[in-house]
Design a protein around this ligand. Structure first.
Ligand code: BES
Ligand code: MN
Ligand code: ZN
Length: 506
C-alpha cells in the first residue's frame, strides 16, 4: 500500500524519484500552479515556457515529464494538468486536485517515492491530493507477478510526500489520516470487486468481512444457509440456492459510545451474476463479478467509519449470493416468501439484486435506524439513463435524496437524482403473488427502486444508489479511477456517516 506523508522539505534537496508539479490552463498558455515556486525558480522562472514548448496546455489528465533542474536530487519533474486556472481569489477545486494527483500517482507506477508540489491552501487540499494519489496509485496485482516483465505492469508508487503540508498541524494530520483510511478501505473494496468469482464466493466474502471487522472492533454476524432458512430469508435463499456456494447475510455493527444517530447501509453482494435460469447471453456476463460492488462499498465504508472513530452508529448489511442456474435454482414462475412476509413471483431470475436487497432492507428496518442507504449494481437501465460514470439516487424522501446528492458531489462521485413514479408500480402486479420482480421495461431502474421501496419499514428514511454504471470501469483509467472495480459510493457513504456524526444530516 502506498504511504502518505506531509513534508516541509524543499524540492531541490529532496531525495525522490520525481517531483510532481501542477500546471493549469491559462488564457495565454500553461501556468505553473502554486506549490511549485522552488521548482520554477530552479528553471529560472521559465517552467511555464518550457512546458508550453513541450506541448503542455494544462488540460486535465495531461502529463509532461522533463529532466529536473541541475542540482536537484530527484531526476525528473512530472507536470500534471489541473484544468482551467481558477478565477481570481479562488483556488483549485478538490476534485481537480484529486484527479491530477491520481494521474501523477498512476504515471509514477514502479517508482519508490515521489514528492508532490501541488497547490495546497488548506488541510482539505492536502487531504484531496493525498486521497487522489492513494486511489490513483492502486493496481490489482494479486494474479500477476508484477515486474516480471513489462506486460505484467509495475508495482504501485511506494511513497507520496506532500510538500507544503504542515506535518505538525492537527488539521493537516487529520486530513492525511482520513485520506489514508478512506483510500485504503476503498482500495480494498476494489480488490474484492476485481477478485475473480471462483475465488470470491459468498462464504469467502463473508470471511474477509469477518476478519476485517474483528481487526477494527466491529461486531460481525454471519447468517449461513441454515440460519437464513431458519429466519425465513426467502429472497436471499431464492437467489443463492442454485449455486453450490450458498448465500450469506453479513451484519456489521459499528457503534460509538457517544453516538446519537444510527445509519444502516445495505449492499447488493452478488459475487457472480450469470442471470440464473434466465441466463444472460454471452457478452453480458464477462464482468459480472462486479455485481457485489454495492456490498464491497458498504463493507469499506463501515470499516472506514470505525477507523475514523466517527461519532455515529453504523450498521452494514451485506446480502451475498451467487446467481447461478442449476437443478436447485429458482425458476421463472416460482414464488418466494420474503423475510418481510410478502410473496414475490420471480418472472426473471436475472432481476435478482432486488430480491436479496429486499430481505436485507427488511432486516435493517427492524432496528429502526435514522436512515437506510442501499447500494447496488442493480439495473442495466440505469446505465442507459446515466452512462457509465454517474450513479442514480432514488429515495422516499426528497430532502434526504438531495442530502445524498450533495454528499456525493462533495467527495467527487458523480450522481444524479432519479424519481420513483408511482404509476410504474402497476407493472409489477402479479396474479399469483403480492408483487412480481419485473415490471415495465421502460424506466427499469425506477421500477427496481419502487420494488425495493416496498421492503423498507414504515416511516424509515431511505435512499437507493444504483451504481451499475460507474461500479466497474471497462475503459482505460482516468483521474484516480483505475480500470476494473472503482469503489464507487464508498466515499459518499463515509461522507454521510461523517455528516450524521456532526449532526449535519437531519
Ligand atoms: N447485475 C445486473 C445489472 C447490471 C447490468 C449491472 C450491467 C452492471 C452492468 C442485474 O442483476 C440485472 O441483470 N438486471 C436486469 C434486470 C431485468 C431482468 C429486469 C437488467 O438490468 O437487465
Ligand atoms: Mn441480474
Ligand atoms: Zn445482478
Amino acid at each position: 500500500m502506498t504511504a502518505l506523508t506531509l513534508s516541509t522539505a524543499a524540492a531541490p534537496g529532496l531525495r525522490a524519484d520525481a517531483i510532481v508539479v501542477g500546471v493549469a490552463k491559462g488564457g495565454k498558455g500553461p501556468v505553473v500552479a502554486p506549490g511549485a515556486e522552488a521548482v520554477d525558480k530552479a528553471y529560472d522562472g521559465r517552467l511555464a515556457d518550457v512546458l508550453g514548448t513541450l506541448g503542455a496546455s494544462g488540460a486535465e489528465g495531461e502529463v509532461t515529464k522533463l529532466p529536473a533542474p541541475a542540482g536537484f536530487k530527484a531526476p525528473i519533474v512530472v507536470a500534471v494538468g489541473l484544468g482551467a486556472l481558477p478565477e481570481k481569489d479562488e483556488t483549485f477545486g478538490a476534485e481537480s486536485l484529486r484527479r491530477a494527483a491520481g494521474v501523477a500517482a498512476r504515471t509514477l507506477a514502479g517508482a519508490k517515492k515521489a514528492a508532490f508540489a501541488l497547490p495546497i491552501e488548506d488541510a482539505a487540499d492536502a487531504g484531496a491530493i493525498g486521497e487522489g494519489a492513494l486511489l490513483g496509485a492502486y493496481a490489482f496485482d494479486a494474479y500477476k507477478e508484477i515486474g516480471k516483465d513489462a506486460k505484467n505492469g509495475k508495482a504501485p508508487l511506494g511513497e507520496v510526500a506532500l510538500l507544503g503540508g504542515k506535518p505538525r498541524d492537527a488539521a493537516y494530520k487529520a486530513a492525511v489520516a482520513r485520506a489514508t483510511a478512506v483510500s485504503e478501505e476503498l482500495n480494498r473494496a476494489r480488490d474484492l470487486i476485481n477478485t475473480p468469482p471462483n475465488d470470491l464466493n459468498p462464504e469467502a466474502f463473508a470471511a474477509v468481512a469477518q476478519a476485517a471487522a474483528e481487526e477494527h472492533g466491529i461486531k460481525v454476524q454471519v447468517l449461513d444457509v441454515k440460519a437464513l432458512e431458519k429466519g425465513g430469508y426467502g429472497g436471499i435463499l431464492g437467489v443463492g440456492i442454485g449455486s453450490v456456494a450458498g448465500p450469506r447475510l453479513v451484519k456489521l455493527t459499528y457503534t460509538h459510545e457517544a453516538a446519537s444517530k444510527h445509519l444502516a447501509f445495505v449492499g447488493k453482494g452478488i459475487t457472480y451474476d450469470s442471470g440464473g435460469i434466465s441466463l444472460k447471453p454471452a457478452g453480458h456476463n464477462e464482468t459480472m463479478k462486479c455485481d457485489m460492488s454495492g456490498a464491497a462499498a458498504v463493507f469499506a465504508a463501515v470499516v472506514a467509519a470505525a477507523r475514523l472513530g466517527l461519532e455515529v452508529n453504523v450498521t452494514g448489511w451485506l446480502a451475498l449470493a451467487e446467481n447461478m442456474p442449476s437443478g436447485s435454482a429458482t425458476r421463472p414462475g416460482d414464488v418466494l416468501r420474503m423475510y418481510s412476509g410478502k410473496t414475490v413471483e420471480v418472472l426473471n431470475t436475472d432481476a435478482e439484486g432486488r430480491l436479496v436487497l429486499a430481505d436485507a432492507l427488511w432486516a435493517a428496518s427492524a432496528e429502526k435506524p435514522d436512515a437506510i442507504v442501499d447500494v447496488a449494481t442493480l439495473t442495466g437501465a440505469m446505465m442507459l439513463a446515466l452512462g457509465n460514470r454517474t450513479y442514480g439516487i432514488m429515495a422516499n424522501d426528497d430532502a434526504f435524496r438531495s442530502a445524498v446528492h450533495e454528499a456525493a458531489e462533495e467527495v467527487g462521485e458523480p450522481a444524479w437524482p432519479m424519481p420513483l413514479p408511482d404509476h410504474l408500480k402497476k407493472g409489477m402486479e402479479s396474479p399469483t403473488a403480492d408483487i412480481a420482480n419485473m415490471g415495465e421495461r421502460y424506466g427499469g431502474g425506477l421500477v427496481a427502486g419502487l420494488f425495493l421501496r416496498e421492503f423498507v419499514g414504515e416511516g424509515i428514511t431511505w435512499a437507493h444508489l444504483d451504481i451499475a454504471g460507474p461500479a466497474f470501469n471497462e475503459g482505460g483509467p482516468f483521474g484516480y479511477t483505475p480500470k476494473g472495480g472503482t469503489g464507487t459510493a464508498v466515499r459518499t457513504l463515509v461522507r454521510l456517516a461523517e455528516l450524521t456524526a456532526v449532526g449535519d444530516l437531519g
